[in-house]
Ligand binder design. Structure first.
Ligand SMILES: Nc1ncnc2c1ncn2[C@@H]1O[C@H](COP(=O)(O)OP(=O)(O)OP(=O)(O)O)[C@@H](O)[C@H]1O
Length: 239
């Protein structure tokens, strides 16, 4: 579904992504992990066409993304920090984006309802708390029922109840065969949610494995323990 080959992205002389090869399939929920500055957001931006790599290619459902922007309609993206027109209300932002996308017969408004955004729909974006802004971003990512979700720190700033609601929604989409790529530094948020782990370090792919095989290689159950074990003894992962 997403095939990345020989992807290299530089900023000046600095290699933010170094010869990345990856294939991600439908029905997978993939944790994109790595220390600060390891290239996670750059990889996400490359998939979204917001960063242009110097080398390599990305294909989505067999279409090379540099050939056109239409593929983006099939991706629900939740950015780390959502930026919206300050003077528009939540309702106006949602209506504007629906209009720009040409409308749809059947919006997914589960999160809009679940987060209770209806009650605050007239509030201006500039007046929203960080968590409420995050809820608007989540709502927009799911609204058009995409096949692929790219979620950059989706639970950051959400209260525990909203965070659980979002995680349940992500799990539900995964169970319906969608592809989910998710970054988070809160590994406990990813436990039970993700099927595979991609680990980047200094722009390089350290490993891409199923959670199941990482569990059997490390003997650990929880993702934070699995990652800690691998960092202590990287050779336990064959790549
Ligand atoms: N526009 C840019 N110009 C120059 N350097 C950049 C730019 N964007 C990213 N970088 C650099 O590329 C590297 C990878 O950044 P990136 O944001 O992809 O990391 P990350 O893994 O998402 O980090 P974090 O976990 O902190 O969000 C960093 O060293 C960053 O400083």
């Amino acid at each position: 579904m997403i095939r990345i080959t020989h992807l290299t992205k530089t900023f000046g002389r600095f290699k933010a992504l170094d010869n990345i090869h990856l294939t991600l399939e439908k029905g997978q929920a993939v944790s994109l992990l790595g220390p600060n500055g390891s290239g996670k957001t750059t990889l996400i931006k490359s998939i979204l066409g917001l960063a242009i790599p110097e080398k390599g290619s990305i294909a989505i459902n067999g279409q090379v993304i540099s050939a056109g922007e239409q593929y983006r309609a099939g991706i629900g993206y939740m950015p780390q920090i959502g930026r919206y027109p300050d003077n528009m209300s939540i309702e106006q932002v949602l209506d504007m984006i629906k209009a720009v996308r040409g409308g749809a017969a059947d919006y997914d408004e589960d999160l809009y309802t679940g987060f209770g955004l209806h009650a605050v729909r007239h509030k201006k974006m500039r007046t929203l708390s960080g968590g409420t802004r995050q809820k608007v971003s989540a709502c927009l990512a799911f609204l058009f029922r995409p096949d692929i979700y790219i979620l950059d720190e989706p639970t950051a700033g959400l209260d525990p109840v909203s965070s659980e609601l979002l995680k349940e929604k992500i799990a539900d989409e995964r169970d319906h065969g969608k592809l989910i790529l998710i970054t988070s530094h809160v590994l406990s948020d990813l436990d039970g949610l993700t099927s595979h782990v991609i680990y980047l370090q200094d722009g390089r792919l350290l490993f891409h494995e199923s959670v199941e095989s990482l569990r059997s290689a490390t003997g650990e159950e929880k993702l934070n323990r699995i990652i800690a074990r691998i960092m202590q003894a990287p050779k336990m992962i064959p790549c």
